[in-house]
Design a protein around this ligand. Structure first.
Ligand SMILES: [Zn+2]
Ligand SMILES: [Zn+2]
Length: 215
């Protein structure tokens, strides 16, 4: 029986959530969205005696990828990204100029994330769902009763859609078809803010109940 451990590392000026996802039995782990504070991520992997195997990116906004270059330099692990977010990824310096941030350019992704495939670490397996709208290549990684959703869905809110490649109707459709179809008890790990569940968001998220408009 696979045993999942999730460590949330809130970091950087956008309070981004980087997740360490570990298979407890084998101590193999991945980093989802290594944002600004690469030293925090590397120190945590080290302190927890984990074997880092890959970087999985939910999307390529700068606050989620700033740490990629340093983590790869220290560990040599492969980078996974959906190709529709490749222009954002390659434009990290331009994103930095919009946000008032400077970031070293990460090496190119090693692997395209393919919708419908399974990403594995140790005995853990996560299915890939495409959830565009916040960015064109946003993905959700779903398995073991949890969903890593990037900036598509937050506790009580949804992702912003005013950045290049964003679209409100597309985001709502993604959430409804790819996330709200998950069981209510599914734990949602977002790119910012606290964890929640699909059921709580279905019942109370104003953007999903119709109480608030996305644009
Ligand atoms: Zn984002
Ligand atoms: Zn973000």
């Amino acid at each position: 029986m696979a045993d999942l451990r999730v460590i949330c590392l809130v970091n950087g000026m956008f309070a981004e959530n980087c997740y360490v996802v570990a298979d407890v039995n084998s101590s193999r782990a991945v980093l989802i969205d290594p944002g600004e504070d690469a030293q925090l991520f590397l120190r945590t992997i080290d302190e927890e005696n984990l074997q880092l195997e890959a970087i999985w990116l939910t999307h390529a906004h700068i606050d989620h990828i700033m740490g990629v270059a340093d983590v790869v330099e220290a560990t040599g692990v492969d980078i996974y990204l959906h190709p529709a977010d490749r222009p954002l990824y390659d434009g990290i310096e331009q994103q930095g100029a919009w946000m008032g941030l400077r970031s070293s350019k990460p090496p190119p992704p090693d692997r395209d994330i393919v919708v419908g495939e399974t990403l594995s670490v140790g005995d853990l397996n996560f299915g890939v769902r495409l959830v565009p709208g916040h960015s064109p290549g946003s993905v959700a990684l779903v398995g073991h009763g949890v969903a890593f959703v990037g900036d598509a869905l937050f506790q009580g809110s949804v992702g912003r859609v005013d950045l290049p490649g964003g679209d409100g109707a597309t985001l709502l459709n993604s959430i409804e078809s790819e996330l709200l179809t998950l069981p209510d008890e599914t734990v949602v790990y977002s790119g910012h803010g606290a964890e929640t569940t699909i059921g709580v968001e279905r019942r109370t998220n104003p953007f999903l109940t119709g109480a608030a408009s996305i644009v």
